[in-house]
Design a protein around this ligand. Structure first.
Ligand code: ADP
Ligand code: ADP
Length: 225
């Protein structure tokens, strides 16, 4: 049985079928990219995995447990958005600590864990800054630290590089991959950028118009026999 197994997932908005009969899986520690043109349903699919949007039908099995009936905070999932989505009136430490505070973790544990994940994204010296005092790349690293602080079973990344300029994008891309491998994280990464998909992924799930059209390693998708 796969670590993550998405089965026959369906979602529509009014008359619009956003995606239909989505089936894919991820092994533990695998970096899977959902690649496809804008509007094909990638982002909605990711939000459904996180529980931020309800599905119409289907199953999302994570370590054998169906996540569909669970609220977002009980799914054990970390998520990073294109727009960072940091709390503007909280410091870096406050933003990163948020998930643990919701779990009522002890202050000692929170301090230790916040320092740990900020070290992971190389932002230890920024704890007392506010988001408006950070660059876009730094904001996204804070968002990544915030998503990791509760030790999620699954990391979801929704176009996390798209708002950044090319040099920063490459740096963060490499940092994401390093951290994912170091922690042995299972990650689902959404992008419309083929180069990102090819350089980051263990496996690429190609989507078009709400359907999966191909699923395989970068080599099997893009090299001729
Ligand atoms: P992608 O991430 O691949 O760009 P999305 O998941 O954002 O695609 O959108 C897929 C389709 O679903 C689009 O046609 C979009 O207009 C539609 N859609 C997304 N969110 C909503 C919503 N809240 N209400 C209605 N339609 C939506
Ligand atoms: P507060 O919200 O108490 O005014 P901060 O916004 O600076 O303070 O910090 C929010 C949370 O982050 C604190 O509850 C604390 O647990 C943690 N924290 C604060 N400073 C540090 C630090 N230097 N290293 C690690 N964690 C910190």
């Amino acid at each position: 049985m796969s670590y993550l197994s998405v089965k026959q997932l369906n979602k529509h908005y009014g008359p619009t079928q956003v995606f239909e009969n989505i089936d894919f899986s991820a092994a533990q520690g695998e970096f899977v990219t959902l690649l496809g043109p804008s509007g094909c349903g990638k982002s909605t699919l990711l939000r459904c995995l996180a529980g931020l949007t309800a599905v119409d039908s289907g199953q999302i099995l994570l370590q054998g447990e169906d996540l569909v009936p669970l609220p977002p905070q009980q799914r054990g999932i970390g998520m990073v958005f294109q727009s960072y989505a940091l709390f503007p009136n909280m410091t870096v430490a406050g933003n990163v600590a948020f998930g643990l505070k919701m779990q009522k973790a002890s202050p000692v544990h929170i301090d230790r864990r916040v320092n740990e994940v900020l070290a992971l994204v190389e932002l230890q010296d920024f704890v007392h800054r506010y988001p408006h005092q950070l660059s876009g790349g730094q904001c996204q690293r804070v968002a990544l630290a915030r998503s990791l602080v509760t030790r999620p079973r699954l990391l979801l990344l929704d176009e996390p590089l798209s708002a950044l300029d090319a040099r920063i994008r490459r740096h963060l891309r490499d940092q994401i991959r390093r951290i994912q491998q170091e922690l042995g994280l299972t990650a689902i990464f959404v992008t419309h950028d083929q180069e990102e998909a090819l350089t980051l992924s263990d496996r690429i799930v190609l989507m078009n118009k709400g359907r999966i059209v191909q699923n395989g390693s970068a080599e099997t998708l893009y090299t001729r026999p």
